[in-house]
Design a protein around this ligand. Sequence first.
Ligand SMILES: *Cc1c(COP(=O)(O)O)cnc(C)c1O
Length: 353
Amino acid sequence: MIRAVPAVAGMDSYTLAELGGTDSVSLAQNESAYPASPMALAAGREALAQSAQYPDPDWRELRTAVAEVHPEVADHSVLFGAGSMELIGCLIRAFAGPGHTVLGSRYGYLFVGTAALQAGAAYETAPEPDFTVSVDALLDAVTPSTRIVFVCNPGNPTGTRIKNAELVKLRNALPDDVMLVVDQAYAEFDDQDHRPVFALVSRGDTVVTRTLSKAYGLAGARVGWGIFPQAIATQVRKLLNPNNVSLVSQAMAAAALRDQNHVADIVDRTARQRDATCERLRAAGYTIPDSATNFLLIKFATESKAAAADAELRSAGLLLRGMKGYGLPDCLRATVGPAEALERMTEILEKLA
Ligand SMILES: *Cc1c(COP(=O)(O)O)cnc(C)c1O
């Protein structure tokens, strides 16, 4: 009998969204409703011609493009991953292992729990009253085994955000030997000033991650980045696949970053559709936390109503994300997807309310 190592054999498989047939529209994975910048698509087509070569292992063009948009990253190490998931996974494996705990928020990003188990570490969560991260609850949950505190802001699947000043408060109150990771996968949809969070990286104990998968419309290209203190970056880099981001993806991401007008337009349109949908669903009686992202967490009166709505939407070719894995069986998460699909979803939910 060939056996996996115990930490892996004991894990459940990571559950991705259940995707239906090709005639269904997915509102389950928070992908952009809009295509990436035409410049990104053109850059990708052009890069295809160089596919015989390995990509730049130092992501130099991409790094330059990130620094053009976020000049404050120039003071720190920037690493790129095949999605920010790769960075998060490698970061956790480099800094947490057996006997250590990774602490998240009750409705924090599930992949963090998976990455902790992959590393042989434990994953624990702090309560999240009103679907919103509580800095005090996180601080109360820190124990001597805590190595990493992970906060996604704005949060997934809640959509809510806390003020960046709260994250600064959290960092200042955490022990110096506990790493804080701030996952900003949806930060483009949250118009507060993010520089105070970036500035925490200079302390040497804080990491901030971003992705091109959401606002930039490049989920399929698999490009994420993070700003790291130098000493942390050195360790994480050892675990990254040396040629992790394909040549085509690097070209697309650099061009997408350089078209900020396009991102601003996507963010603006997405926010308007999100708020209009949210208002209609709330008027119909659903509970929905305020979202600073490209999705809505829809809470039903009961678990069976959520299940019935999910089934009805699926039979209409609309796939939402079930929330049982997050301990929220009475909720469904809906991506602010293509306008026509969103309209059909809203009409169905209005009728079911
Ligand atoms: C989508 C998402 C990511 C980004 O994943 P990628 O690997 O960059 O596609 C990271 N964190 C959260 C919370 C997300 O929802």
